[in-house]
Design a protein around this ligand. Structure first.
Ligand code: AMP
Length: 174
């Protein structure tokens, strides 16, 4: 398997002191790594029926949109507040650094559609849990969540019990 860890840049104290920011711009700047990352992201879900890919703003858009194109399915943007123009559902969540909320268009996912959620990184799990809530409020079924990076020590999986989660790169500590 491709070594993705080497392509991820660790930026200490960003955006605030004490956070080791995992910078994926170095990975997506490398065409081979980027393509492999998109392929590997849905690998575990290959046999499953997928109707839509939902990506979480903003880095989830990069991988999610590429994957939606590859699978020939629709892409659903889950965005920061005030960005989506039509009627939305909103869900609040806690970040590793602060709190925020996410929004989805109420008609972005149809009743019963099977959705694979994509983001670059799973930390405490608040963001992903809010995204699952939004897809389900639309009537969709979250068939799984795929991340490039998982910070195992923050135990984000605890907030996502019952969902299938796959991550390409695991960090056991900062
Ligand atoms: P969380 O809700 O704590 O799981 O945070 C996940 C979201 O915050 C993802 O959208 C990440 O892009 C971003 N994020 C959180 N911590 C980091 C980190 N250490 N490095 C890069 N992005 C992060």
């Amino acid at each position: 398997m491709t070594n993705f860890e080497d392509a991820i840049r660790n930026v200490p104290d960003f955006p605030i002191k004490g956070i080791q920011f995992k910078d994926i711009t170095t990975l997506i700047g490398n065409p081979e790594k980027f393509a492999n990352a998109v392929d590997y992201l849905y690998g575990p879900f290959r046999e499953m029926e997928i109707d839509k890919i939902a990506g979480i703003e903003s880095r989830g858009f990069i991988f999610g949109a590429a994957l939606a194109y590859k699978l020939n399915v629709g892409f659903v943007p889950i965005r920061k507040p005030g960005k989506l123009p039509a009627k939305t559902y909103s869900a609040e969540y806690q970040l590793e650094y602060g709190s925020d909320s996410l929004e989805i268009h109420t008609d972005a996912v149809a009743e019963g559609e099977k959705v694979l959620l994509i983001d670059d990184l799973l930390a405490t799990g608040g963001t992903a849990a809010a995204a699952c809530e939004l897809v389900e409020r639309c009537g969709g079924e979250v068939i799984g969540l795929a991340f490039l990076i998982e910070l195992d020590f923050l135990q984000g999986r605890q907030k996502l019990k019952g969902y299938r989660i796959e991550s390409l790169v695991h960090y056991s500590g900062e």
